[in-house]
Write a new protein. Sequence first.
Length: 446
Amino acid sequence: MSSTYDAIVNRYIERTRKSRELHGEAKRLLPRGVSSNFRVVDPNPIFIETAVGAVITDADGNRYTDFSNAFGALLVGHAHPKVVQAIESQAKRGTLHAMPHRLEMSVAKELKERFGQEQWRFANSGTEATMHAIRLARGYTGRPKVIKFEGGYHGAHDTVLVSNKPPLRLAGLRSRPRVVSWSEGIPEESYAHTLVASFNDLKGVRALFEEHLNEVACLILEPIMMNMGVTEPLPDFLPGLRALCSEFGALLIFDEVKTGVKIARGGATEYFKVRPDITVLAKAIGGGMPLAAFGASAEIMEELNSLRVIHVGTYASNPVTLAAAEVTLKEILTDEAYRRVFALNKRLVDGYSQIIREHSMPCYANGVGCMGTINFRKDVIKDYRDWASVDKLASQAWYLAMLNEGIIPQPPGPDEQWTITVQHTEADVETHLKAFAKVAPLLKSL
């Protein structure tokens, strides 16, 4: 470790003494002191006291302009007044029914209009929704196998918790990645029907389809790989996948947990003009509440209608959550809001790019819609093997140094991205860029 990095860490520790103390207490009660492994930050995470608008205040009284926004779930920002009002109003009328209510139809109609899928079912998290989408595809096609991409994350269920961040020594050939489990406790039988391809490699995908004729139920992917910063598809990749799935009789699943309603009003379907067979949504559609959904044609959804495929859940379509979603989709995420947020994100990405050029830094910034990141690698990332070479130390130093300047630049980790919300201002973006201009010389001296 360099003396510059040590100085950044020491300043961070000094600023977050109370959080560090709380983390020590939490580690006695929670594994690693957190409720999700992705929340671990070395040397310690910050503990949050309040989050309103674009500002987070931690246990030490530090105020941060937040661009992480709950791993991108908060396109509406923190505690949006309309969302808070909708939650309060619905809570007074009931917090849980586990029976039908009008909000189900209201939100489903909005999702249908935005994404084009005829019918929808609700769940509570992206993990649930991708799990049910894969089961639906297997039921509809009568086939067992699933294709996913190396480096892609589709939730924490056993079928897809493979080849997420595999060590390259175990990963096999780039053109034919090995299936590598990401966790102990997952029997090989759980992912025996999971196949792995390289992102942006149509030839490799075709080879899997040809090798497993009449066996592949579906191909699932994030249209933009959001578990590798913001890794975009090559121009012919998504149309090529659509054609391959149609040719070989498999269903195309867009996992839009992160991209849905964030790169366009109708997500990747609108942005890339490619129609999947099943669309999976979560995060930003709930306005900060735990909500997910999956949609498909009435023909595919007949598997659920006929009970040939099972989807159940006591908390599915929780009325408080759907009240937040309704106001989010119908009143907050307007065309004008999208124009404004996308313009702010372009300003942030362009500002990063300018500072990077000024300091001749071996990295680049890119973004789509309301999201972006800095990639600590000189060449553009096209797949997981490219992403694996990013400078992890520089990324960690950037993250902590930006926190020291009062900016949460994105969630922790070089695989994440920032989110501009409807509550961010031009001043917030300029403050972010001023902080990066101050931090950039430090990163060069690592």
